[in-house]
Design a protein around this ligand. Structure first.
Ligand code: ISC
Length: 467
């Protein structure tokens, strides 16, 4: 069996080489084969030697899981500030795909070459905390394990430049495949917990909320999302794979992700889908309006019932629905939006939830919708420009990749982006956590502050906290 697969791989790579007799700028060779199902966390641990260029992603209910490691190519938009970064990524990806050699007999969403990563919330340049996360970081992992149900696939991606390289690349592929094919189980190697944590300027944040409500009452804007930061210190480097394991166990209704860049890792469990496209069917999600979970089933029911009838939360939610509907209608036919939200229950919180669906029109793309949606009023506000201006002037926080689009897109127009909330930036033995709240005219600073505390919970629990 191994012999036959090796043969296919060799044939495939030599076909690719003969196709590229003339020099081309992008010569991506991509080869996919089925592998034995592995524990995704074990794969993540086994690929420690790729630390700094790994990406882990799983969608809610573990519908699909990706573990990417290494980098075949990175799309860099930093040098081209005059152009829109989403459009530039789109254009470059199209060029790369058109001139690539793809051997993927499965053709399932997420197999074959996949571009993964994310974007910062905004384009401001000075982000010392986020020095390892540029404003755009989208790359094609050299190796990508995709798990869908009981099936697993391994894709190898490489930029082939010359005949001489071929042999060493074949070896590299075989060795790596062997490493991740070993029967492996994830080991949770130690208990850990933060030593201290501290809020960054909580009183100032509450004053900013008050100022926002005043401006809203004066009619200067309708809604703004204000975030704050909490930092925690450990007495040793934070074990990323253990945090991932905790998030997967505790936050099954969310996208669980970890994106490494250099020595840092951006990690989290976000319930907020931005947009998903599969076979031209598009799904976006409005998630805004929050209440805690109750300690007993009846308390939980009451909190949910209160939330779904609460005017302030319904208003916060409706701003998001209006905007997402309009943005989706620009790219889709047959758009469907339910007339009222339902509850979306997470481990520590419940939200108001409205799905928005449609069929992507010919010539329209996932990234175009990402561009139009970001930031939705669940992260920015209404009107968008007024809210963003308030955020830049008053928030006193560098959002970096917090509340920004992260996700993937394959070579067949499928893909999915989430909004990176309930997240933290791990830097060796320290972590910065972020949480924000939608502020409307009746918002109470103290209540919003408590809401942010609950929004920290998923990450604090995963970082070894008890509550
Ligand atoms: C900005 C965050 O949450 C957003 C998403 C869902 C509900 C929200 C809210 O009710 O305020 C926020 O708009 C965050 O968790 O950091």
């Amino acid at each position: 069996m191994i012999e036959t697969k090796q043969q296919w791989f060799l044939e495939s790579i030599s076909k690719a080489m003969s196709k590229w007799t003339t020099h081309q700028e992008h010569q991506l060779f991509s080869y996919t084969e089925k592998i034995h199902l592995q524990d995704p966390l074990a794969v993540f641990q086994m690929t420690e030697s790729f630390k700094g260029s790994r990406i882990f992603w799983t969608s809610p209910e573990e519908d699909v899981t990706f573990i990417g490691f290494g980098s075949a190519l990175t799309i860099d938009t930093e040098s081209d500030m005059n152009q829109d970064r989403f459009e530039r990524v789109e254009r470059k990806w199209k060029t790369i795909v058109e001139s690539s050699y793809i051997d993927n007999p499965y053709k399932l969403p997420g197999t074959g070459p996949v571009l993964m990563g994310g974007f910062s919330f905004d384009l401001t340049k000075n982000k010392p905390l986020w020095k390892n996360f540029p404003n755009t970081l989208m790359w094609v992992p050299e190796f990508l394990v995709v798990i869908q149900g009981e099936e697993a696939y391994l894709t190898f991606n490489v930029m082939l430049k010359s005949e001489e390289q071929v042999e060493s690349k074949i070896k590299h592929f075989e060795n790596t495949k062997e490493t991740i094919s070993k029967p492996g189980t994830f080991y949770y190697h130690k208990e850990f917990s933060y030593q201290e944590k501290w809020d960054i300027s909580p009183e100032e944040w509450k004053n900013t909320v008050l100022k926002a409500t005043e401006q809203i009452s004066q009619g200067k804007m309708d809604k703004v999302v204000l975030a704050r930061e909490l930092r925690a210190r450990f007495n040793e480097d934070i074990p990323v794979s253990a945090v991932l394991a905790n998030l997967l166990e505790q936050q099954g209704q969310s996208y669980v992700f970890a994106i490494e860049s250099g020595e840092d890792c951006f990690i989290g469990a976000t319930p907020e889908r931005l947009v998903k496209v599969e076979d031209d069917q598009l799904l976006s999600t409005c998630l805004a309006g929050t209440a805690p979970r109750g300690d007993t089933p009846s308390e939980d029911e009451n909190l949910g019932a209160e939330l779904i009838n609460d005017e302030k939360n319904l208003m916060e939610h409706q701003f998001v629905v209006n905007m997402i509907k309009e943005a989706v209608e620009a790219s889709c036919d047959d758009v469907e939006v339910p007339s009222a939200p339902v509850l979306y229950r997470l481990r520590n919180l419940q939200h108001l939830y409205t799905p928005v669906q449609g069929k992507l029109k010919a010539g329209h793309t996932l990234l175009e919708v990402v561009k139009r949606l970001h930031p939705t009023p669940a992260m920015g506000g209404v009107p968008r420009d007024k809210a963003l201006q308030f955020i830049y002037e008053e928030e006193r926080l560098t959002r970096g990749w917090y509340s920004a689009p992260i996700g993937w897109m394959d070579a067949m127009r499928n893909g999915e982006f989430a909004v990176a909330i309930r997240s933290g930036l791990i830097q060796k033995d320290e972590v910065s956590l972020f949480a924000g709240c939608g502020i409307v005219k009746d918002s109470d600073p103290e209540k919003e502050f408590i809401e942010t505390k609950i929004k920290y919970k998923p990450m604090l629990m995963a970082l070894g906290g008890t509550s």
